[in-house]
Design a protein around this ligand. Structure first.
Ligand code: SF4
Length: 328
């Protein structure tokens, strides 16, 4: 490696392609964790990959977003509050100390979550990522960004990191419906997502795609079309977010009385229907979304994250169903 390359304590054996057995959709109870076997969740997957508990450490890399600074748009996506889509980010040292106190044996993935984490000169990105990886408790990197912020020099840097470190990239697609894309002011096209996914794939970099459920004007069919779009683009992982209307967002200004779903039960039922259509090999990273209660306007029940997840697991059990059950 050259001096400029990112070098840390991690050995090449820590890179992505360790042996993770393929998820087979088995429905047996293993270690009392029946629900994990019904879905190929990221917790399940990480346990297979690292053989110990893994925690994501949310970091604020201090980046902004081209959809806020005028490069692609102003004001940001309508659902996004001004601190970015991740509300819990704070600095690395204090979070690591806290997590280490609670879970002394857990490994950590540094999660660059706030705003667009590849939106800076490549030397700045290199320094930020190097800083995160230099702590021996950090075993890999997760970088959330936009498809239009992955130029070749950034992809080169990510490829270099992925050669020696565990890494995945997250892309906020949210929806594939052009009318909604305009409505939420996403400010990049579906073709840019497809192009970014292809270029990441060509470099062997794994990607997680985000979808938001309950966007204004979207029908069940629209949401399933978005899911199919993610599948067609061979996403390694998927995050299903429940739309939250938050204080300070443009969505709250434009549609102050908007309710994304009539009830928690209707959301749970839709998510279970989607899980049944998600390929078993696609890793499920998220099935809902919560925001700090002081920021939440609707749905009033979305902060009950544990109840929602328990409801999804209970519904899958009650249906005797699992991820990918109804794939053609
Ligand atoms: S959701 Fe992401 S892309 Fe949209 S404004 Fe917020 S940080 Fe930018």
């Amino acid at each position: 490696m050259t001096e400029k390359n990112i070098e840390t304590h991690l050995s090449p054996s820590a890179v992505w392609n360790a042996d993770v057995p393929p998820f087979t959709g088995v429905r047996k109870t293993v270690d009392g964790d029946e629900a994990a076997e019904r879905m190929n969740t990221i917790n399940y997957w990480l346990k297979q990959r690292f053989h110990h508990k893994m925690i994501k450490l949310s970091l604020d890399g201090g980046f902004t977003c081209p959809n806020r600074d005028g490069t692609r748009g102003t004001g940001g996506c309508t659902f996004c509050s001004s601190t970015g889509s991740g509300e819990f980010a704070s600095d690395i040292a204090s979070q690591l100390d806290l997590l280490h106190e609670k879970w002394p044996r857990a490994g950590c993935l540094a999660y660059f979550q706030n705003h667009t984490n590849t939106y800076a000169p490549v030397d700045v990105l290199r320094e930020r990522f190097r800083k995160a990886l230099e702590d021996p408790r950090i075993e890999g990197l997760v970088v959330a960004t936009r498809p239009d912020c992955l130029p070749d020099e950034v992809l080169d840097l990510l490829s270099e990191i992925a050669e020696h470190h565990f890494l995945w990239i997250e892309l906020g697609l949210q929806t594939s419906k052009p009318e909604t894309v305009r409505l939420i002011n996403r400010c990049y096209g579906n073709d840019e997502y497809t192009g970014a996914m292809r270029r990441l794939r060509e470099r062997g970099i794994h990607a997680v795609s985000h979808l938001i459920l309950g966007l204004p004007g979207e029908t069940r069919e629209d949401m399933f079309r978005s899911l199919n779009f993610v599948k067609e683009n061979h996403s390694w992982g998927i995050k299903l977010h429940l739309l939250n209307v938050t204080k300070g967002s443009r969505l709250a200004e434009d549609l102050p009385d908007y309710e994304p779903f009539p009830s928690m039960e209707s959301y749970i039922s839709l998510v279970c229907d989607m899980i049944e259509q998600i390929p078993p090999e696609m890793v499920i990273h998220r099935l809902t979304a919560d925001v700090p209660r002081p920021l939440l306007i609707a749905p009033s029940w979305s902060f009950r994250k544990r109840t929602i997840l328990n409801g999804i697991n209970a519904e899958l059990r009650q249906r005797d169903s699992w991820q990918g059950k109804f794939l053609d």
